[in-house]
Design a protein around this ligand. Structure first.
Ligand code: PLP
Length: 242
């Protein structure tokens, strides 16, 4: 983010930081850990509260910013572009620009606030599950385990291992047959039909992303994953590679 913010400052390009996977994460800034969403390097940081994320409001998300102008415009656009002015009577309103109905419901907010109070515990549980996976898989030569870069704290949205690409599908099928759901996160954007058609991308354009894509597999990771279930998953993955 620091590198991006240098480019942003040089060319005047605003930064929207996609933190949809990172609520609860932190990175080092000027010798201290700052939490994602602090916008130390971004104009806007966005969060997703889809049920698969760290906390949920059913659907919806949030936009965080330290910039008053962006904050006021976002609030206006959320609510049909309606503005009120202190110089006018209290009943007065104006529409200064066309906005939207992007309001989250009160019911969702109630759930979100309750979920937010549990965020640290959710992240702690995820971290313990990740440590357990890692300590079990670190000595299996065919598995590359995920790691945290020094100075960063991951909120562990996904637990992605990398395996030889010739074995990925067989591992997926093997676990699927046992009732263990895994997923490939993600198919590189440039390989999706829309982006291929619109921008003329082709396989081979981003070889590192494609190499990762061929090798990656996400194992189950969520705060409600029981010790017994995780042990079963670990046992089966180990069995596959024996
Ligand atoms: C990295 C990332 N950014 C943005 C989004 C979009 O979030 P939402 O579906 O809440 O609009 C997602 C959704 O999964 C995501 O994974």
């Amino acid at each position: 983010m620091e590198a991006y913010s240098r480019i942003s400052a040089r060319y005047g390009i605003p930064i929207v930081e996609d933190a949809a996977h990172a609520l609860g994460a932190a990175y080092e800034h000027r010798g201290a850990q700052v939490r994602i969403g602090s916008c130390v390097h971004a104009d806007i940081s966005i969060m997703s509260f889809h049920p698969i994320k760290h906390i949920t409001t059913g659907e919806g998300g949030a936009l965080l910013t330290n910039n008053k102008r962006i904050y006021e415009r976002a609030r206006r656009l959320r609510h049909h572009g309606i503005v009120k002015r202190a110089s006018q009577p209290r009943w007065f309103y104006d529409i200064a620009e066309l906005g939207y109905n992007y309001r989250i419901t009160d019911f969702q907010c109630a759930l979100g606030r309750s979920q937010l109070s549990r965020l640290d515990q959710f992240c702690k549980t995820r971290k313990a599950l990740v440590r357990n996976y890692n300590s079990n898989f670190q000595h299996i030569p065919e598995i590359s385990i995920p790691y945290e870069r020094p100075g960063t704290t991951s909120s562990h949205h996904l637990y992605v291992i990398q395996v030889p690409h010739t074995k990925r599908q067989a591992l997926y099928d093997y676990l699927f047959r046992l009732g263990i759901g895994t997923q490939v996160n993600y198919i590189p954007v440039h390989l999706l039909s829309y982006y291929r058609k619109k921008f003329g991308y082709r396989p081979g354009d981003f070889p590192n992303a494609e190499r990762y894509y061929r090798r990656c597999l996400s194992l189950p990771l969520f705060p409600g994953l029981s010790e017994a279930s995780q042990n079963f998953i670990v046992k089966q993955v180990k069995k596959f590679f024996q």
